[in-house]
Design a protein around this ligand. Structure first.
Ligand SMILES: [Zn+2]
Ligand SMILES: [Zn+2]
Length: 333
């Protein structure tokens, strides 16, 4: 995020060195929707490849150990599930529904907790994530969408190429969103900007907590290793793939009951592992809804957490579409 922020002083430096550089030009540059920077692109690629390879390696080691006869204790299973759900909620209820779409209001301590938990998912700093996702909604399944699975060729292989692009390949080659254009509300917030800048500390904590918990609960270094492996690496592997399923699968396979001006779909099978995010057609139809599951049977754990926080008085102004609004967007054919 610090890299993106550096675009602002860069503009003023140019303006002072060249009198012909007007404020209007500076404004236009500030509002450019994407940032062209080979340095930034290199950083993105290093981040994406590191996360992809390290989490994949962790998953392979975990499976190999299981095949070699190592059994999991309730401690590893509990650490893995707890970290996945808590950090996942930081991504879904926090980064996505609150910070990106402002689907509910929350007190600052709650906002900070959600921002920290979401950062632990290692999917980029808060402000960067928000800017990128707002860019996706602005261009979803049209030119400019960083991760559309469409328009990658015809037929079966075109679909496979599109799914691979939307699932992982896009993470190492896309134009970074200009945060001053897409996430100025968060950039102007001193506390949340600070949380966003401290991204790597939160990612580190996301590994340290399960490692310490595993070591403490088992009372051994082996316990610490298994905590790191399952609560850290396997959790990272699983949750990244679930979020990538939303960018890939949930724009190709599934039902499209609502008008959303893109190819987003609803997927029942992914509802629990994605904590409710797979009602993606619902989401694109009503991006500002705090609930992604809009019918009683549409399982939406993130929405339930938001409702629970509302009942506790920690969040308020929880937005949902009315029955009339849903009816107006329901496809007839
Ligand atoms: Zn989408
Ligand atoms: Zn969204």
């Amino acid at each position: 995020m610090e890299v993106l922020n550096s675009q602002i002083p860069e503009i003023s430096m140019v303006a002072s060195a060249d009198n012909s550089y007007t404020e209007t030009q500076a404004k236009v540059k500030r509002q450019k929707k994407t940032v062209t920077s080979s340095y930034l692109k290199t950083l993105q690629q290093i981040h994406a490849l590191t996360v992809g390879l390290v989490s994949c390696l962790g998953f392979v080691i975990a499976v190999a150990l299981l095949l070699a006869g190592n059994t999991l204790s309730p401690i590893e299973i509990g650490t893995y599930l707890a970290l996945t759900v808590i950090i996942g909620i930081g991504t879904t209820a926090g980064f996505h529904r609150h910070f990106t779409h402002k689907s509910f209001q929350a007190a600052m301590p709650v906002r900070v907790v959600l921002a920290v938990l979401g950062s632990m998912a290692a999917q980029g700093p808060l402000i960067f994530w928000v800017a990128l996702h707002r860019l996706h909604h602005e261009h979803s399944d049209r030119p400019g969408d960083p991760h559309s699975p469409h328009f990658h060729g015809k037929g079966f292989f075109g679909m496979l190429r599109g799914l691979w692009h939307a699932h992982f390949a896009w993470t190492i080659d896309y134009d970074a969103p200009n945060a001053t254009y897409y996430a100025n509300d968060l950039l102007r917030d001193k506390i949340l900007s600070k949380v966003s800048q401290m991204y790597f500390l939160w990612v580190f904590l996301g590994f340290l907590i399960p490692t310490v918990a595993g070591g403490f609960l088992r009372g051994s270094w082996t316990g610490a290793f298994y905590g790191f492996l399952w609560g850290g690496l396997v959790r990272l592997f699983f949750w990244h793939n679930m979020v990538w399923c939303i960018t890939s699968v949930a724009h190709v396979f599934g039902s499209r009951p609502l008008e959303s001006h893109d190819m987003s779909t609803n997927n029942f099978l992914l509802a629990i592992p994605t904590l409710g995010e797979s009602w993606h057609n619902n989401h694109h139809a009503f991006p500002n809804s705090a609930m992604a599951g809009l019918k009683w049977w549409q399982i939406d754990p993130s929405g339930w957490v938001i409702r629970a926080l509302e009942n506790l008085g920690l969040v308020w102004d929880v937005k949902t579409p009315t029955a009339r609004m849903m009816e107006a967007k329901t496809r007839t054919a």
